[in-house]
Design a protein around this ligand. Structure first.
Ligand code: ATR
Length: 280
């Protein structure tokens, strides 16, 4: 019998995960199959119960990443800290939840950073679930100083106050302050939905004061290059869209299930072609 895997969420029709994982199964000669299944909050408990005896693992996407946690048997400490699970491993009927989003993002970032991530001075734009996954993962990797900016400052303060900090500092500043102090950061991470299709002209803040030495990363990959990344490119900064994060979160999930870290370079080419973009 072949190994069965899923990604569940709503909407799920446009997910690129099946293309990517099925290609990895083929490349690694594993008799596995990965499919997308439309699941809403109201169906989640019954689907998870069914999956316990029918699948080897599954990915979880919006809007289920928080809700799914209550139906699992064990949860990895980093996923607990993030408060969300995107990868579930079925170990003989026991369901173990992990979060590969933030660490996947950091793995993807290493493609564009010149120095180790701990040495970067980082500005995160946004204070939602994606920002939280990245923030917790950066802290987990030992980054010492991070600044958050968000349209709603109270939400950024709430996010900061819920973090487990060791010898680390997290600051919150307004969007206006971030625009003025942009030169102080070597890495800017855009985690909001601003600029996503169909609102492609929107930007979360101005990059007027951006230095060409700053790396600018946007989690969005549809459009392939947001207005925010285009502005960064005009300032001669190095840019990265959300595709590497998508590929590396998937690669880490694949590794959890099979023990094999798959070929991310060919996956990049495959999905880049599917999205109709060129490397950025
Ligand atoms: P996700 O889980 O994808 O991160 P989320 O938890 O809903 O999504 O968070 C959305 C983030 O995008 C928030 O930081 C939100 O800002 P607010 O806290 O002020 O709501 C930000 N965001 C969404 N739409 C925005 C807009 N039009 N302008 C600025 N920020 C926006």
């Amino acid at each position: 019998m072949r190994d069965q895997f899923y990604v569940i969420g709503q909407p799920i029709g446009h997910s690129m995960s099946p293309t990517m994982h099925n290609e990895w199964f083929r490349e690694n000669q594993i008799h596995g199959h990965y499919a997308a299944k439309e699941v809403g909050i109201s169906d989640l408990e019954s689907i998870v119960t069914e999956f316990r005896s029918t699948v080897n693992g599954f990915n979880v996407t919006a809007p289920l990443k928080v809700e799914v946690m209550k139906y699992l048997d064990d949860i990895d400490p980093l996923a607990k800290e993030i408060g969300a699970v995107n990868t579930v491993i079925n170990k003989d009927g026991r369901l173990y939840g992990k979060n590969t989003d933030g660490i996947g993002y950091c793995r993807g970032l290493s493609l564009v950073l010149k120095s180790p991530i701990e040495q970067e001075s980082i500005l995160i734009i946004g204070a939602g679930g994606a920002a939280r996954a990245i923030l917790c993962s950066l802290l987990h990797l030992g980054v010492k100083h991070i600044t958050i900016t968000n349209r709603t400052t109270e939400k950024a303060l709430e996010l900061k106050n819920g973090l487990l900090l060791k010898d680390q500092e997290v600051k919150v500043i307004s969007i206006t302050e971030a625009e003025q102090q942009l030169g102080a950061y070597s890495l800017v991470i855009q985690t909001t939905s601003v600029g996503m299709k169909p609102n492609e002209a929107e930007k979360p803040m101005s990059l007027y004061n951006l230095s060409p030495d700053t790396v600018v990363s946007d989690l969005i990959y549809s459009p392939y290059k947001t207005a925010f990344l285009k502005e960064a490119e005009q300032k001669n900064a190095k840019i990265q869209n959300g595709l590497p994060m998508f590929i590396y979160q998937g690669a880490l999930a694949f590794q959890e299930w099979t023990g094999i870290f798959p070929n991310t370079i060919d996956a990049y080419k495959l999905l880049e072609e599917k999205l109709g973009g060129t490397k950025c």
